[in-house]
Ligand binder design. Sequence first.
Ligand code: URA
Ligand code: SF4
Length: 216
Amino acid sequence: MATTATEDAYTAEPFVPSRGGLSALREAAAECRGCPLHREATRTVFGKGRTGARVVLVGEQPGDQEDRQGEPFVGPAGRLLDRALAEAGIDPAQAYVTNAVKHFKFTRSAPGKRRIHKAPSLREMTACGPWLAAELALVEPELIVVLGATAGKALLGSSFRVTQQRGILLEEEIHGRKEQRVVATIHPSAVLRSDDRDAAYRGLVSDLKVAAQALR
Ligand code: URA
Ligand code: SF4
């Protein structure tokens, strides 16, 4: 039997253990072959934090540094996020940090050249969804902070628009859990890419303050 899911059946589902805590999930995720992204990436980058964290932050997928180090948000976007969280008054120690997709997807401009981030497809996001669902079911956060469009679509559906839904406290049904509180904002990488970084950064902090307020 093939050990990798076939083209039309990408899913992490068979790899997700039905019992055990976050460490069991993390161990199992290291072996996930639910979609082709595991082939080129170095390792699974699972979420970081503890059950009982009051807030879960959801990004898109690990970047180059995260793929090397095995932890989410440890590269440039992560440093910016940490600074913005501190400014907004959210203690990183209270947060569980994860991504919608757990393997780094990239292209290279030429063989041996720098790895350039490539957005995951809807199919890859859907395939990886069972890991995020399992993390949320264990952590049971009071609030989810959605970082950017990919995380938004993964959790709130394909009609999600970050420009329209950012910076407001939403109550949504997520994975069958009714009235889950959610605040969306732009992705920290979008701040780094912005023509007006200061304005984009202030927008990120202002959205995160809405999240901080919801946690009071
Ligand atoms: N961008 C993300 O979305 N997640 C990370 O972990 C790093 C960069
Ligand atoms: Fe599994 Fe997600 Fe990695 Fe795909 S991206 S192999 S579904 S952990």
